[in-house]
Design a protein. Structure first.
Length: 312
């Protein structure tokens, strides 16, 4: 899970603490990342594009891992919501800071989003549903509740070190949301993968040391089974043979290092298990349809464009 998240996460997540009352409705456009909402007080409705309305109560947390466009409103009516929904950024600007009041219909929320690189989305992330909803009443997730409480405190005011604390707490929130969702038994194929002792042992070995000279025999020994047993169980659960998965994972790591580090190709090749820069370049070009150098340049250009301030 750690690797699945780290390879797709870009930049720093962002978040806002908002307080509203009365009749209100705001729209968040589809996004190349993941959005989330946590209801701290009151209740409201989530209206995902192409999906059924979701009722959110105090303590509920919801993650939209595929950046699905959606509306947050006081009413579950699609027709009304579409008509009066205000773009989220404008809604924040126009509303200004929200202070506590005695309004019994007041709603307080944490709203935020993560930037993700979807070009090499790990299957664990790809199989997540459009909406991951964890109601407060469902299960016992003390770590998730703790990080929600800490986030609420940090976003409540300008505390020393909050610019460091908030992004790290948001990272923890994402991990605990996914962990809690899997613990509820609603996860898909990768819940079965991670619960299988053979497949999980092999995956752990490959992810711990992807640069090792792995073979099917060596990996079977690591997993404590015969080579045919490893091949059968791993391929059935993961969807590709062990060595094919290893190649995919090595190239995914190489793409991440090209995107996030200034390391030369020779260094990256050694880190991901290729003997020479040429060998990595050949495999990378075959998989991505572009050279490592061009991939790095395009990734840097995209990052610069995304980091530019928006026009007023």
């Amino acid at each position: 899970m750690s690797d699945a998240i780290s390879t797709v996460r870009l930049g720093r997540p962002s978040s806002n603490r908002v307080r509203v009352s009365g009749s209100w409705c705001t729209r968040l456009a589809s996004y190349d990342g993941a959005g989330f909402h946590v209801v701290l007080e009151g209740s409201c409705w989530l209206l995902p594009d192409g999906g059924a309305p979701v009722s959110l109560g105090a303590g509920d947390a919801v993650l939209l891992p595929h950046g699905t466009g959606h509306v947050i409103a006081d009413s579950p009516s699609d027709a009304v919501a579409v008509e009066r929904a205000v773009p989220f950024e404008r809604w924040l600007d126009e509303s200004g800071p929200r202070r506590p009041s005695s309004d019994s219909g007041e709603v307080e929320m944490l709203c935020g989003k993560y930037r993700l690189d979807r070009s090499r989305l790990h299957p664990l992330m790809a199989e997540l549903p459009k909406v991951v909803h964890l109601p407060n009443r469902m299960g016992n997730h003390p770590e998730l509740r703790a990080v929600i409480e800490l986030l609420g405190r940090e976003l409540d005011g300008q505390r020393p070190g909050s610019c460091v604390a908030v992004p790290n707490l948001l990272d923890l929130f994402l991990v605990y949301m996914l962990r809690s969702w899997m613990a509820e038994g609603r996860a898909g194929a990768w819940s079965a993968v991670l619960g299988d002792p053979v497949a999980s042992a092999a995956l752990r070995a490959l992810h711990t040391d992807p640069s090792a000279p792995w073979t099917n025999d060596r990996l079977a020994t690591e997993a404590g089974v015969s080579r045919p047993t490893l091949a059968r169980r791993f391929t059935t659960l993961v969807g590709r043979p062990p060595m094919a998965y290893l190649t995919w994972w090595r190239l995914t790591l190489a793409a991440t290092l090209l995107r996030d580090t200034p390391d030369p190709l020779a260094t990256i090749a050694r880190r991901v298990g290729y003997g020479t820069p040429y060998a990595l370049s050949h495999a990378f070009s075959r998989e991505f349809g572009t050279s490592p150098g061009r991939y790095r340049t395009e990734a840097a250009e995209r990052a610069m464009t995304e980091d530019l301030p928006e026009e007023p």
